[in-house]
Design a binder for this molecule. Sequence first.
Ligand SMILES: C[S@@+](CC[C@H](N)C(=O)[O-])C[C@H]1O[C@@H](n2cnc3c(N)ncnc32)[C@H](O)[C@@H]1O
Ligand code: SF4
Length: 458
Amino acid sequence: MLTDKNLVEKYNEAGPRYTSYPPATFFNEYFGNHDYLLSVEKSNFERPQNISIYVHVPFCPQICHFCGCTTETGFSRPFLERYIDAVIKEIEYVSQKIDKKRKLTQVHWGGGTPNSISYKYIERITNKLKETFDFAENYEMAIECNPAHLEFRHIELLKSFGFNRISIGIQDFRKDVLDAINRRPSKRPIEDIVKKIHDEGFRGTNIDLVYGLPLQTIESFRNTVERAVKLDTDRLVTFSYAHVPSVIPRQKILDDIGFPSSKEKAQMYEQSSQILTSSGYVSIGMDHYSKPDDEFAIALKEKKLHRNFQGYCTRETTGQVYGFGASSISQLDSAYSQNIKSTSDYIKNIDKKGVAVLRGYTLNNNEKIIRHIINSIMCNYYVDFDEVSRFFNISVNDIFEIVQYSESKFNDFIIDDLITLEGNIIVVKHKGRLFTRNISMRFDPLIKKKIGTYSKTI
Ligand SMILES: C[S@@+](CC[C@H](N)C(=O)[O-])C[C@H]1O[C@@H](n2cnc3c(N)ncnc32)[C@H](O)[C@@H]1O
Ligand code: SF4
């Protein structure tokens, strides 16, 4: 069913992406090294028991104008070496506080462009992780790769280090779109890269596409999605381009070229969703798609899908996330902690103290309940207040008070046919999936504080 254009206009407001709750804009600098280390110790006794690791490599040979990630360019080999030494030191220091009887289920390498650094550094860090933690048998180790720097021998090396998933940033196949965002095209045809990953026996391949970029049209993005479908990867993401030049100045230059309108963006979303679902993909959350036999699709069916800063995950693989490297974010049950963003300051702090926290946030129990509800809407398109009540051992009425819930607050969504409300269960209808951020915002008492700059929800 196509989404009514008027609905897009009505609900296209600025709002959090809810990759965390509270959003990162609420992290504060009163939270420091000591708070982080205490939270790490506490995390050993909290849910989930599993350990997830995030390693941030904030380096790219060339910076794309659209990019919202924390990354730098112009790094020398000795500097990179010092950075890797610092990450190893941070793993050694922080892991002393982590109960090693807990299983490591997930490692995610993000950036920046982790595949642009020498592979001996990737090997050093993975070896350190293997000697430090007890990897679960079905662990997942994924790395984000820019195909402009990905050779066949790199794919072979990653496999030998124990990686079993590769995520390829395509964004768009068109040369003019890539030129406009200052991005180099893939070194080899993406089709050959995906085949090589498959032939090497990786468990899976993700593909990132972005809609709403300069020079994209509804027609051109359709061709991009259709070509992506032919790659037959098990997962695919169509990110909505987040344009926030006041926070990310590198994006300003794109204003001169201009962007597709929000109505066109909504059509690109609808069209991609139709192409992908009619080609056999299952829609996961707002913008992710997976094959029906993929663990994401199964988790969605069983209402066990989760989400963290690295994307979606299942209850089986989800762990509390311990982040390593400059700007990395740790997502523990009771706290978020983000490292210093500047790589040279990160290295200096790690050298001196073993940790380098920039800011963070300690959650109280009410905020954990709100986070649970928002995650449920964002991941599983529903919330069952009785289930939340059992999970937190608290009455439904108390939950309603915490999220300031009243049926009348959701009337417009019901009238617009975006949700159904039966007893204590809210279900987001297929038509409402584009608006999960808007629906989540109604449960969020912090919205009133208007802290931070957010991208538009559509
Ligand atoms: C760290 S990059 C992926 C790896 C590699 N650096 C690359 O570009 O291929 C993470 C992904 O975030 C997405 N991304 C970056 N900036 C974005 C923005 N402003 N809006 C939406 N998606 C964005 C892109 O799809 C990109 O592939
Ligand atoms: S999109 Fe990827 S390659 Fe481009 S600047 Fe961002 S992290 Fe680097």
